[in-house]
Write a protein that binds this ligand. Structure first.
Ligand SMILES: *[C@@H]1O[C@H](CO)[C@@H](O)[C@H](O)[C@H]1NC(C)=O
Length: 325
């Protein structure tokens, strides 16, 4: 493309030649005669090359055919301009989904709007749901700007057919390394989670913690739900490298909440209290007007009118959950 633009500029140059120089006159006439075919050729080249280029960019979206877990993936899809703005932020949003959920495109676009340009959204997709993404003009526009980055899920994890498979994937360093070395904070969201536009809180208000999500009521487990969660990436990687998830096969979010406090020299940034985390997100423990929700209807069906008054965007989430039912 830059070559073509350069050719067009050059085609215009003769018009700028100094008309006071008679010696230029005859060559200007010759150039005029040449100009018409030159413009026609330029236009032809544009029409032939531009669709080819578009095709190439869309095929780039497919990502590597079979990336291997545990190896860092270079992030090729972002354009240089946005890469700079977004890469410097140290922030990344993460969306992992293998199923073709009808609400995933609207949820991703909504998060892109609410998080803004300093949070590029890394979408990990399967072959099965790539079609939803690559046929959305709105998604492709973000991809072109670098504000959404598409990653093909490793073929080994294309079927998230159990909690165990999801937990195994999120406790492997591959996904966290694929965000790039500059990312310190990752916001993981699923198609059944939302951040409320009316909230004065932002994820940045919770950066002091190692891991935060909706607190899990004691009868259901411990720690914080990972479905809408903010993670300090260096701590996540250090936990994965220090302890072996495979020896416990716990839910990944509860595993991190259990093992992060065991990190020593240096110890990790703190985990939040229930009082702090329930304003980040509500799931099984209630709070008034939290920043976000995860599976709000499943756990708070009696309070839906109150929730929807505060957070009408929640209706976007009705079709999605990462884990099989
Ligand atoms: C879009 O995704 C579908 C898979 O659903 C794939 O077959 C197709 O090749 C993709 N198109 C492009 C242009 O990447």
């Amino acid at each position: 493309m830059p070559d073509i633009r350069y050719a067009k500029l050059r085609a215009k140059d003769p018009e700028r030649a100094d008309p006071a120089m008679p010696i230029m006159r005859s060559s200007r006439t010759t150039l005029r005669r040449l100009l018409f075919p030159l413009v026609v050729v330029t236009l032809l080249v544009l029409f032939i090359l531009a669709p080819a280029d578009l095709g190439r960019r869309i095929s780039d979206l497919k990502g590597p055919a079979t990336p291997k877990p545990s190896s860092p993936e270079p992030n090729n899809a972002a354009t240089p301009a946005v890469k700079n703005a977004a890469a410097d932020s140290g922030k990344a949003a993460v969306f992992v989904e293998a199923r073709p959920l009808q609400n995933m495109v609207p949820v991703i676009l909504y998060f892109a709007g609410i998080l803004g340009p300093t949070w590029p959204i890394h979408v990990y997709h399967s072959d099965e749901n790539l079609g939803l993404l690559n046929s959305s003009a709105a998604i492709l526009q973000h991809v072109e700007r670098g504000s959404i980055v598409l990653h093909a899920l490793p073929t080994t994890v294309h079927k998230f057919n159990s909690h165990d498979a999801v937990s195994e994937f999120l406790t492997d360093p591959w996904i966290w390394r694929s965000l790039g070395p500059a990312v310190t904070h990752a916001l993981l969201f699923q198609a059944d989670s939302i951040i409320c536009g009316a909230s004065p809180l932002r994820p940045e208000n919770f950066f002091e913690f190692s891991f935060i999500g909706a607190p899990i009521a004691p009868q259901y487990g411990r720690g914080y739900n990972g479905g809408l969660s903010l993670r300090h990436v260096p701590t996540i990687l250090r936990t994965i490298e220090t302890f072996k998830w495979a020896e416990t096969r716990m839910f990944e979010d509860q595993w991190f909440a259990t093992y992060i406090p065991k990190l020593v020299n240096p110890s990790a940034p703190p985990l939040p209290t229930v009082e702090q985390s329930k304003y980040f997100s509500v799931e099984t423990i209630w709070a008034d007007k939290p920043m976000g929700y995860h599976q709000a209807k499943r756990w708070n069906s009696a309070r839906m009118s109150e929730i929807l008054e505060w957070c009408p965007e929640l209706t976007l989430t009705e079709a999605g959950t990462l884990y099989p039912k």
